[in-house]
Design a protein around this ligand. Structure first.
Ligand SMILES: NC(=O)c1ccc[n+]([C@@H]2O[C@H](COP(=O)([O-])OP(=O)(O)OC[C@H]3O[C@@H](n4cnc5c(N)ncnc54)[C@H](O)[C@@H]3O)[C@@H](O)[C@H]2O)c1
Length: 259
């Protein structure tokens, strides 16, 4: 029987990768997971970026707070070792990370370098698969895994170029991981928010034009905030959503249904 207990995350333990600062989508998600009652593990990219995440750690009081560059195998593994030691289990993990070298990101896809494409797909997609692999043995009661994508994975969006195929690979990975991990009660989701002014987004050419155009075409005529994105994401981690998996969940005020 379902009850109101199925709509919260009390006693659940979750990992958040990808907070850079107060504008990060991952920060909106972390706040929402916490609001629903979860305990958090939060990472930051490296020492120079720590000072921007420190105030967030003070606010959210994560039980684990440590560095994690996903291209550093030892550092990535150390996060899961710390989770195993502290909690002995994991209930959800959010991957809110993307990167592409500027020259590849801002040029045409047809001109992209092999090295740039490989870096982008390793950090923005394969590291999600690595995260799932390390989370699997810790999700002893099942769990949920979240990747962050964008509409440009599915349709051509001006200036999204290189990240389009990278996010398409991420969304496809989510579907295959949902199939592979489903028997263990692990659900896997792509979250697809509308555009948000963040540090990562500032690397895209003409991002302000994209915002203006999106607001015009979004049914509500305004964009989802990181708090809106966070709360809808956190709801997917509750037991109430346990039979939803493999999907791309759009949190974009309905933009993606517009012709
Ligand atoms: N901002 C948008 O408009 C938008 C829309 C849809 C999807 N997204 C996606 O949301 C996610 C979060 O981006 P954001 O917009 O919040 O920007 P952000 O700059 O706040 O977050 C990006 C994060 O990626 C991290 N990162 C980059 N390389 C890393 C590495 N090697 N190891 C570990 N972390 C690394 C950065 O430290 C940062 O915390 C990304 O996947 C992005 O593609 C963003």
């Amino acid at each position: 029987m379902y009850s109101m207990d199925n709509f919260n995350l009390k006693g659940k333990k979750g990992l958040i990768l990808g907070i850079a600062n107060q504008h990060s989508i991952a920060y909106g998600c972390a706040k929402a997971f916490k609001t629903l009652g979860a305990e958090l593990a939060i990472t930051y990219l490296n020492e120079p970026s720590k000072k921007f995440v420190d105030p967030i750690a003070e606010e959210l009081e994560p039980e684990i707070f440590m560095p994690c560059d996903v291209q550093n195998e030892e550092e990535f593994a150390a996060v899961f070792a710390a989770i195993e030691k502290k909690w002995g289990k994991l209930d959800f993990a959010l991957h809110s990370i993307a990167f592409a070298p500027k020259e590849d990101l801002q040029g045409r896809l047809v001109d992209s370098s092999s090295a740039g494409f490989l870096t982008a797909i390793d950090i923005s997609c394969h590291s999600f698969i690595r995260m799932a692999k390390m989370a699997e043995p810790l999700m002893v009661d099942g769990g949920s895994l979240f990747a962050m994508s964008y509409y440009g994975a599915e349709k051509v969006v001006n200036n999204y170029d290189l990240m389009g195929p990278v996010k398409a690979a991420l969304e496809s990975s989510v579907r295959y991981l949902a199939n592979e991990l489903g028997p263990k009660g692990i659900r896997v989701y792509t979250i697809s928010p509308g555009p948000v002014k963040t540090r990562a987004a500032s690397g895209l050419k003409s991002f302000d034009d994209l915002i203006t155009e999106t607001v015009k075409r979004t049914p509500a005529h305004h964009l989802a905030t990181i708090e809106d994105i966070g709360m809808a994401t956190a709801l997917m981690a509750t037991p109430a959503a346990k039979m939803i998996s493999g999907d791309t969940v759009y949190i974009d005020g309905g933009f993606h249904v517009m012709g």
